[in-house]
Design a protein around this ligand. Structure first.
Ligand code: COS
Length: 404
């Protein structure tokens, strides 16, 4: 894709800024944070200072005031080098902050968004539960109204920023008889785990209080996205003031489904970044690695693999940026988001596997980044809706009005 045909000067400036940051600050440490599973606090602070943790939010709420395409460009570009840094941008912005921007009261926006958009504290989104994954409506967490509060009990799992985050939007059942219309969302705050913060000063703001009974649980030891913090969230009789209810009673499920539509474009951008990052590594390696007296890129077997990767990446870019364009112009985009997410996440898997194959035995070692990229790609076919759920969503759009 010729970026200059579709992108404004501002888009290209965002791309160049993230490209430079990823090359200079992320590439040198990505393997180390992957191995240690620590959260890269110092880099996240720098990303906040560059405005990368609030790209699409208005400047009066502390955001960078840029458009959605700029935001997708940033995720795409970052993930070419490291998916863990990429998912931090995406999970914090779309999952953690956008529900407050989109469904919050003016007071909630003014209270929470500037802290999140500036990167002062990290945010997260609590939907998934041990028994409610693809069946998001199977939420078991409860919120019972009592003396001007809601009292929350339950457990969420696989929550990005579960440990390092301080502000969370979560769902709980307020009316068990009402199905998806009996689920409500809330804004909760808890203490962040700052144990590996190093010289970083972000992660906590003194204006936020810890809600008693709200804490992080087990940290997951994951195959990929290892520098991204994934934990359980536990609610034990957490008293949440009514003013922290996010949106109307009973609208939590629908609001979170809308949030996931946007999240899926972000995961498509992230997947595309992984696919393209692996492709660039393979291209470079194939043009340097010599076998049978010449660079292996001279062999048609390698050329065909590179051509297939490039073709699919090009297709993925059109799908992802098209979905983002629709979202930016406030047109329906749920189907296009699911198509982009499905295609790009499966592409990331194919592309990283091909990149390893082109690297031969070296691709199977930690001396080259392609093995990390392959591990990072897998979760893109699962998180924010599995490939199977994307197919369900696409089919529902295709068949709407045609079947009983
Ligand atoms: N935007 C707006 N509204 C939506 C919506 C969307 N994307 N998706 C569903 N809704 C609405 C429906 O229109 C319906 O409202 P009405 O009853 O007024 O018609 C309501 O929500 C219930 O929807 P539905 O009946 O389709 O719910 P299901 O339980 O069948 O679930 C799927 C639908 C499978 C699509 C949903 O559970 C899903 O997306 N699961 C995957 C969850 C996921 O991605 N988890 C990963 C989280 S990682 S952060």
């Amino acid at each position: 894709m010729d970026d200059s045909l579709y992108f404004s000067e501002q888009h290209i400036a965002v791309r160049d800024l993230v490209r430079e940051f990823a090359r200079d600050e992320v590439a040198p440490v990505a393997a180390r944070f992957d191995a240690s599973q620590e959260f890269p606090w110092e880099n996240i602070q720098k990303m906040g200072e560059l405005g990368l943790l609030g790209i699409p939010w208005p400047e009066d709420l502390g955001g960078a005031g840029l458009d959605l395409l700029s935001y997708m460009i940033a995720i795409h570009e970052m993930a070419k080098v490291d998916a863990s840094h990429g998912i931090t941008i995406s999970a914090h912005t779309t999952l953690g902050t956008s529900p407050i921007v989109n469904f919050g009261t003016q007071q909630q926006k003014e209270r929470f968004v500037p802290l999140l958009a500036s990167g002062r504290v990290l945010g997260g989104f609590g939907l998934t539960e041990p028994t409610a994954g693809s069946d998001a409506a199977g939420t078991r967490s409860t919120a019972v109204r009592r003396n001007g509060h809601y009292v929350l009990n339950g457990t969420k799992n696989f929550i990005t920023h579960g440990g390092v985050g301080e502000i969370f939007v979560v769902t709980a059942v307020t009316d068990p008889a009402a199905g998806t219309k009996g689920i409500t969302s809330f804004i909760l705050t808890k203490e962040a785990d700052l144990s590996h913060r190093g010289s970083a000063t972000i992660g906590h703001d003194p204006s936020l209080s810890n809600m008693t009974g709200f804490r992080a649980g087990k940290k997951e030891d994951k195959l990929g996205w290892r520098a991204s913090d994934t934990r359980e969230l536990i609610f034990e009789d957490v008293e949440v003031p009514e003013e922290n209810r996010l949106g109307d009673d009973g609208m939590g499920f629908i609001n979170f489904m809308q949030t996931l539509d946007a999240g899926r474009v972000g995961i498509a951008a992230l997947s595309l970044g992984i696919a393209e990052g692996a492709f660039e590594q393979a291209l470079q390696y194939a043009s340097e690695r010599k076998q049978f007296g010449r660079a292996i890129a001279n062999f048609q077997g390698i050329q065909f693999q590179l051509s297939d990767m490039a073709t699919e990446i090009e297709a993925g870019k059109h799908l992802m940026y098209h979905a983002a364009w629709l979202a930016q112009h406030r047109k329906p985009y749920g189907k296009e988001a699911a198509i982009a997410k499905l295609f790009c996440s499966e592409l990331a898997m194919r592309s990283t596997l091909k990149a390893i194959q082109i690297h031969g035995g070296y691709g199977y070692t930690k001396d080259y980044p392609v093995e990390r990229m392959m591990r990072d790609a897998k979760i893109c076919e699962i998180g924010e809706g599995t490939s199977e759920i994307q197919r369900v969503v696409i089919a529902r759009h295709l068949l709407r009005g045609l079947l009983d």
